[in-house]
Write a protein that binds this ligand. Structure first.
Ligand SMILES: Nc1ncnc2c1ncn2[C@@H]1O[C@H](COP(=O)(O)OP(=O)(O)O)[C@@H](O)[C@H]1O
Ligand SMILES: [Mg+2]
Length: 367
């Protein structure tokens, strides 16, 4: 039976353009024998607009320019029906192209996309959707809440201090002295960031307040982590399964060729950066198994569904600790998550189909 997919992309965030690239990539790969599609872009500023499929299909980097959702297009709306939701385009006073949605795939990263908010909207609208649910998305998006959950589930991670808005406003010196219990360098991060935005690597105490101010420009809540020294950045792709526990890919490595080894925004997105993605990572078999086992354990413990990229640090002695889980990881056809599955024999089109099938098989309501 053919199913209609609602692709949502863009978003009112710094990852708008990356999300559009992903939408182009997913749409070009979508199995058209199985799926019809309706494309809804979230323009900068937050409007939901109907985007022509051919336009989304053409989203690519052209002359160093990234695609964006045109804010001048017609509004798109979701309408709650008895059994689910319809999507439609607004044309003056009328709705056109009104169609039932079978499954939604929000290709959005970071706040208001990967953080449980749009997942909550889909829940309210009775729409099945790809990926983690409301609570799991929210926990994995907030680095403080995520680390607290790691502790509850006995999952290894590095030392950290949470600096909430209320704590920083009431007593910055008390916050700084708590941070002082961690060894330098420190990584000061917005609690709910992404793409390394607002993160500063700090080596001296006097630079902490400026770094905290920078992180607070992105999120009033901040986390400060002890820098993990001498470890390799190893990432593992976890995929849900229709008839058993989730499965982990072989790990890949982010090898940043700078002294700090900080995988910052420029290194992630700009061309010609000093970084290599090694797929699969060159690690001893025992360490590979350790990473895969920890990745699946974290995925299950944090209640993730569908997919997550689990990012770890691996020390020279083979010890593995968690950095973070991304419930909507980079997902263009050349991103780490799809590349790891491609190396495991799951091509991009098949990966998209599996994610949609997992979402379609999921019951509505509390689960
Ligand atoms: N505690 C840490 N020790 C060493 N490097 C870190 C630490 N935290 C983050 N980094 C570096 O900063 C990058 C971005 O941090 P991360 O927490 O993954 O944020 P984001 O959600 O923006 O990807 C990591 O990929 C890593 O290179
Ligand atoms: Mg990261």
């Amino acid at each position: 039976m053919r199913r209609r997919v609602l692709l949502v992309f863009g978003g009112d965030s710094s990852e708008h353009e990356v999300s559009c690239l992903t939408a182009g990539s997913v749409l070009r790969a979508l199995d058209r024998d199985r799926f019809d599609v309706t494309c809804v872009g979230i323009a900068k500023g937050g409007r939901w607009v109907a985007v022509d499929e051919a336009v989304v299909r053409s989203y690519r980097i052209v002359d160093d320019t990234l695609p964006t959702v045109e804010g001048s297009l017609s509004d798109a709306v979701l309408i709650r029906t008895v059994s689910g939701a319809d999507v439609a385009r607004v044309d003056g006073d009328t709705l056109v192209d009104r169609t039932p949605v079978d499954v939604a795939f929000a290709l959005l990263h970071g706040p208001f996309g990967e953080d449980g908010t749009i997942q909550g909207l889909f829940e309210m609208m009775g729409v099945r959707y790809v990926g983690a649910g409301v609570l799991s998305s929210a926990v994995c998006q907030d680095k403080g809440a995520m680390k607290q959950q790691f502790a509850v589930h006995d999952l290894p991670t590095g030392p950290y201090v949470i600096v909430t808005d209320a704590q920083w406003t009431a007593d910055p010196d008390a916050c700084l002295s708590r941070i002082g219990t961690l060894a330098a360098p420190w990584f000061v991060k917005p609690a709910r960031g992404g793409s390394s935005m607002g993160i500063t690597r700090v080596t001296s105490t006097q630079d902490l307040p400026a770094a905290i101010a920078e992180a607070r420009d992105f999120d009033p809540n901040v986390i400060v982590e002890q820098g993990i020294m001498g470890a390799r950045e190893i990432e593992c792709a976890v995929l849900g399964s229709l008839d058993g526990p989730p499965v982990a890919s072989l790990p890949g490595e982010i090898d940043v060729h700078t002294e700090s080894r900080f995988y910052d925004f420029a290194t992630k997105y700009l061309p010609d950066q000093p970084v290599t993605l090694d797929i699969p990572a060159d690690l001893p078999d025992a360490v590979i198994e350790c990473v895969r086992e920890l990745a699946v354990r974290a995925f299950v413990a944090l209640g993730v569904e569908g997919l997550a990229r689990v990012d770890t640090f691996v020390f020279p002695d083979g010890t593995v600790i968690l950095n973070e889980l991304n419930t909507m990881p980079g997902f263009t056809s050349t991103s780490m998550y799809p590349k790891l599955w491609e190396a495991a024999g799951v091509a991009y089109t098949e990966l998209v189909t599996r994610l949609l099938d997992l979402a379609l098989a999921r019951p509505l309501g509390l689960r």
